[in-house]
Structure formats: C-alpha cells, structure tokens
Design a protein around this ligand. Structure first.
Ligand SMILES: Cc1cc2nc3c(=O)[nH]c(=O)nc-3n(C[C@H](O)[C@H](O)[C@H](O)COP(=O)(O)O)c2cc1C
Length: 390
C-alpha cells in the first residue's frame, strides 16, 4: 500500500522537500487542462509510469564509511563548467503555466550554472531569452519545418542570439495521443465549457498567467504564423507545419548548416545512436519525450547502457524522462550518461514559484544527489561507476 502524503499548499513551495511534492503543488495551482498538458503521457501512459518505475527498480550497493563529507557536483563536459550534472529539457507552450515561463526557467538555469534549452514552440522568443538570461548557457531545440526557409531562419536567429547547442528532436514528427489533454478540447483551440469554468476556480493561475494581456503566442514563430495566434490556437497549426518526412538526410543537412554542437534528441536504441554519430552529431539524448510520444517504448534508463556503449570519443550521452530524484541522476551517470535533463520537475517549480521555484526543483535534486554521494563515499561525479549499482 502506498502511503498518502500530506503535501504542503502550493504557496508553501519554498518548503517542498521533493519534486513530487512540487508536482502536487503545481497540480493544485493549475486548471485541469493545463495540468494535464504537462503531466499526461501518451495513451495508457505505460511508458510514462515505466520511466520512474525502472529507476526505482535499480538497487544500490551500500558503501559505508567512505569518508566523504562534501561531494562535488560540478562537471565540465566542454568549455563551460556546470555546477550540477543537470540541464533543462525543452518544453513547449510554457506560457500556459506562468507568464514568461521560458525566461524564468532560463534564469533559474543560469543562476545554477547549467544549460537551459528553449523549445521551437516556446512562448518567449530566442531574442527575449537571450536578452533576459545573457550569462546562461543556452541551447535551442529544433522541430524542422516543412518550409525549409523557416528552419534556416530559426537556425540563423539561434546562432545570432548565442544559442550554442542545437537539439534536433526526432521522436515527435507526429504528435503522440495524450488523451487526457485532448479530451479538454471541443475543437482545436476551444476548451469545453467545464474546463473554461474550471479556469475560474484558479484565480492565482489566472493572475500569474493571463493578467493583463491574456494567453501569449509562440514567440519564435509569430513572424511566420502571424502574431495574433495564441498558444491554444497555434497548437494544431504548428503541428501541421512540421516536416513529417524528416529523415537522416535532413539531419545531415542541418549538421552542415549548424556550426555549434548538435545533439539528436529522442534516441532509444544503439542503432539510432549509430546513425546520429554517423551524421556527425556531437551527442545523443536518450529520451522518450517523457512518455508523451509512443506508449510502449522502453524506459530511458533501460535503453541507456547499449546506447552509452556506442559513444565515440568526445561524444555526449545525455538522458531525460523520469528523473525526479538525486538517486535517479546517480543511476543514470553510473550507467553511462554524461549528465541528465529535467522536463517536468522544473515546470512544476516554475508554475508555483517562478524562477525561484524552478531553482528550488534543481536544488532539491542536487541536495538529494549530494547526500547520496556522501552516503556512498563518492567524492566527485567522475567517480560514479557501475560498481555503485547492485
Ligand atoms: C509539457 C511538455 C512539453 C514538451 N515540449 C517539448 C518540445 O517542445 N520539444 C521537445 O523536444 N520535447 C518536449 N518535451 C519533452 C521534454 O523535452 C523531455 O524529453 C521530457 O519532459 C523529459 O521527461 P520528464 O518530464 O519526465 O523529465 C515536452 C515535455 C513536456 C512535459
């Protein structure tokens, strides 16, 4: 039997002790349709559940009396030193959660000296994020467009704004069936009446998100799709603009155009990883899109070891989907990840507490990781090896 937790109220987020608690707080703060947008997985949500269950199924070897008081969490994969082995995953439509959520997440990442990834379908634009978080390491996630000119213009803007790494997402060419979320809409952009009434029951969300100018549009895409589209109206439209026939040749073309680091996001097999290295990728991101795309694909931590085994010298293997605790970070690194990325945990944080709330999510996970490393006698991230796993 699982014990029902008594979580604090949403406004008490500075006292949240786990990212699960931040999630419960975010659920209380958001109208149902917005909560379901961030929380839901595809179809039966078996992959969504497996992501966390697979981490929990991995047991650790107790290594007492290791004599480590202050483990160091910093890593330096390339030119930048990250203070934590974490990065923020790209998430679209963040303006549903709070005004300027993309900027707030970028600022939380910069404060913690870790990378932030801006989605193609973000509400704040590349230019706004670069202005608001000038010191942070910024990454851009691309959904290639059927109209090549849009793709090329986005790449140019990202490079001009100092976005250093490009993530090309390959697992969302067709959107997954997120039934809970889809059920909220009568037709594209139009919520059912019960959901409209439900928003009225969430005055804090209305204030933090809608006041004074209503729902935002898609900052990066306004110039191509028309600035009058709000995110609700744009959802269907943008999906129809993406390149449905995306193939390795397109990725090779993007590789030629993009001078910075390029990561392929959505890799779940060694074969796909080999194709990514083959087109000259600098990294792969082991991801099942947080269980939002194909229901039934494996948990990312199960897929990781074989993918990590393909890593060429200088290549990065990152992982996301299901990271909720410091122990998950340790397990992923032990099985070959360079670092991990977070989707929902920082979204929960930004929903309840803005930039400080997102930073709280990072600090909760960092605190858990640090304590666990001390308990296991591990002084540095580089010392985390498979020997720590049973
Ligand atoms: C609300 C939401 C929106 C997302 N939007 C995007 C997106 O625009 N582009 C993308 O590549 N991945 C997107 N993802 C997937 C995330 O980048 C990431 O793979 C996933 O959230 C990681 O799983 P986690 O939420 O369990 O940490 C989205 C995920 C969520 C939860």
């Amino acid at each position: 039997m699982t014990m029902k937790r008594r979580y604090l109220h949403a406004h008490q987020w500075p006292y949240a002790v786990s990212t699960l608690e931040l999630g419960a707080m975010a659920q209380a703060r958001l109208p149902a349709f917005a909560w379901e947008y961030i929380a839901a997985g595809a179809e039966e949500e078996s992959t969504l559940r497996a992501n966390q269950a697979a981490f929990q199924a991995i047991r650790l070897n107790a290594q007492p009396l290791g004599g480590v008081a202050e483990p160091a969490l910093a890593i330096q994969p390339h030119e930048h030193r990250w203070h934590l082995p974490l990065a923020i995953s790209p998430t679209g439509y963040n303006g549903l959660l709070r005004k300027n959520a993309d900027i707030l997440l970028a600022q939380a990442a910069a404060q913690n000296h870790i990378p932030f990834t801006l989605s193609t379908v973000s509400c704040n634009s590349l230019e706004e994020v670069a202005d608001a978080a000038p010191d942070g390491e910024r990454w851009f996630q691309l959904y290639p467009f059927a109209d090549e000119n849009i793709t090329h213009d986005l790449l140019r803007r990202a490079a001009t704004c100092g976005f250093e790494t490009l993530l090309v997402t390959i697992d969302a060419v067709t959107l997954g069936h997120r039934e809970w979320y889809q059920r909220a809409f009568k037709k594209p952009g139009k919520l059912f009446l019960r959901h409209i009434l439900d928003t009225g029951m969430h005055p804090r969300w209305m204030y933090q998100t809608l006041w004074p100018s209503g729902l935002p549009g898609l900052g990066n895409l306004a110039k191509y799709i028309g600035a009058d589209q709000t995110i609700l109206g744009a959802l269907e439209f943008t999906d129809s603009c993406f390149l449905k026939t995306l193939a390795w040749d397109h990725l090779a073309g993007i590789r030629k155009r993009w001078d910075g680091r390029l990561y392929v996001k959505g890799v779940l097999t060694a074969e796909t990883a080999m194709r990514a290295w083959g087109i000259g990728a600098d990294g792969v991101i082991v991801s099942n899109h947080g269980g939002r795309q194909i229901d039934g694909v494996p948990a990312t931590i199960e897929a990781l070891p074989k993918i990590a085994a393909t890593r060429p010298s200088g290549g990065d293997v990152l992982l996301d989907s299901g990271i909720r605790r410091g122990s998950d970070v340790l397990k992923a690194i032990a099985l070959g990840a360079t670092a991990v990325m977070l989707g929902r945990p920082t979204l929960y944080g930004v929903t309840v507490g803005g930039s400080d709330g997102a930073a709280r999510a990072l600090q909760i996970i960092a605190g858990q990781l640090k304590d666990l490393m001390a308990q296991l006698g591990i002084a540095r991230i580089a010392d985390i090896t498979p020997a720590v796993l049973r």
